[in-house]
Design a protein. Structure first.
Length: 124
């Protein structure tokens, strides 16, 4: 039987499967996914008190993001892209983002470019 080691580094960079856990004011949060040469890759999931809050899927310089209400319904969904500004790397919203209420009803849509909202559309 093969074992999969977690939380490993190679040449000082996170690599392979990682499980990151924190506790703040008795509230536990965790994230799990994979690193490749210190960069998140593939699917990452974040939880607070064992409920999923975020699911991110990294592919090259893009990330598909789904954030959830504590009811389990989708809160927002969209893409971000990795950009470097003044030697600082950031993930900025890009393209179409949809926002939902806690019952899963669409509230509106925003169109982003490099983190800046260009247009907003709201449902009635």
């Amino acid at each position: 039987m093969l074992s999969c080691k977690i939380n490993q580094t190679k040449n000082g960079l996170k690599t392979g499967k990682w499980i990151e856990e924190e506790e703040f004011m008795k509230i536990k949060s965790s994230a799990n996914g994979r690193y490749n040469k210190g960069k998140k890759t593939g699917t990452w999931k974040e939880f607070v008190s064992d409920k999923i809050t975020t699911k991110e899927k990294y592919k090259k310089n893009r990330c598909h993001i789904i954030k959830y209400h504590n009811t389990g319904e989708i809160q927002q969904i969209g893409y971000s892209k990795k950009v470097t500004v003044a030697s600082k790397t950031e993930w900025l919203p890009t393209g179409e983002w949809k926002f939902y209420d806690s019952e899963g009803i669409l509230l509106g849509t925003k169109i982003y470019e490099n983190g800046i909202p260009l247009q907003e559309f709201y449902t009635n």
